[in-house]
Design a protein around this ligand. Structure first.
Ligand SMILES: NC(=O)C1=CN([C@@H]2O[C@H](COP(=O)(O)OP(=O)(O)OC[C@H]3O[C@@H](n4cnc5c(N)ncnc54)[C@H](O)[C@@H]3O)[C@@H](O)[C@H]2O)C=CC1
Ligand SMILES: O=C(O)[C@@H]1CCC=N1
Length: 253
């Protein structure tokens, strides 16, 4: 398949990096020559030139407020009716996409930055215009980038917040842990490597066990031990309400 990525910012770049790990043909639209050189894929500076290459799939990773305008412009520039359009924007509905490209199969999904290394978490609210071979291709494409969770569109905001935004929350946790380790005399590089290993190991265990997060926490908090003291300190400092507030705010409450 030929896949065109429109919008080579953080998310578009991560999508290209992830997709480059597979065998699809990649193209991009960008006015940023430097970015095109860095990513080593053919990059076009006009929609017509991009569309002349006949992409089978167009992935929109432009700012959310520009998605419908960019899609309308692509249609005006000759987007084939066969091309499947995927929008990564956090707040653009399937109805918005259908209105902008009424003849195309379209769907909204929310990826996250770890797609760059094939370890993404992708929420897909599949539009009914995606059927048959297109549906198979969309699933294969997204599954090559990580775990795909199909959700009703009514749950895309919360699934997209957990998947798309929370890597930043986890980065903040890791950064804070690193500072605390450095304050205790640890080398920052060593602390960072250890923390990344801990997060990866904790996540892998959660994925591979049948236990809830609460039960996994229970395995670590030895009676009268050190971990429970840390857990109570987290509670005293409002860690859980802070997480609840962050997710509610990012989900648009
Ligand atoms: N950054 C993330 O972790 C995630 C981002 N998204 C979605 O991805 C989209 C992009 O977000 P970011 O990459 O974070 O923003 P960004 O600001 O890093 O990238 C946006 C890119 O679009 C380009 N652009 C602007 N107007 C354009 C146009 N008319 N045609 C083509 N390209 C144009 C900009 O030059 C920029 O490179 C948003 O819709 C966002 O909701 C979704 C999930 C996660
Ligand atoms: O911050 C944002 O709006 C985007 C959507 C999910 C992650 N980043």
């Amino acid at each position: 398949m030929k896949i065109a990525v429109v919008g080579l910012g953080h998310m578009g770049t991560a999508m290209v990096q992830g997709l480059k790990r597979g065998s699809e043909t990649l193209l991009a639209y960008s006015s940023n020559e430097k970015k095109a050189v860095e990513l080593e894929i053919p990059t076009y500076q006009s929609y017509q030139d991009l569309l002349n290459e006949g992409p089978d799939v167009v992935i929109l990773t432009v700012p959310a407020k520009l998605v419908t305008k960019v899609l309308q412009d692509l249609v005006a520039a000759g987007l084939s009716e066969k091309a499947v359009v995927l929008s990564a924007a956090a707040s653009v509905s399937n109805a918005d996409l259908r209105a902008a490209a009424p003849q195309n199969p379209v769907t909204t999904f929310i990826p996250n930055i770890p797609v760059a290394v094939g370890a993404g978490s992708i929420a897909l609210a599949e539009d009914p215009t995606i059927t048959g071979v297109n549906e198979e291709n969309v699933h294969r494409l997204l599954e090559s980038l990580g775990d795909v969770l199909v959700v009703p569109e009514s749950q895309l905001a919360i699934a997209g917040t957990i998947g798309g935004c929370s890597p930043a929350f986890i980065d903040i946790l890791m950064d804070a842990m690193e500072d605390a380790a450095v304050a205790k005399g640890m080398d920052r590089g060593q602390a960072g490597a250890l923390i990344a290993s801990v997060v990866k190991g904790t996540a892998t265990l959660a994925q591979q066990s049948n236990l809830s997060a609460a039960d996994l926490k229970g395995q670590i908090t030895s009676p009268g031990g050190t971990t429970i003291k840390g857990v109570l300190a987290l509670d005293q400092h409002g860690f859980r309400p802070a997480i609840h507030a962050a997710i509610s705010a990012a989900a648009g409450d």
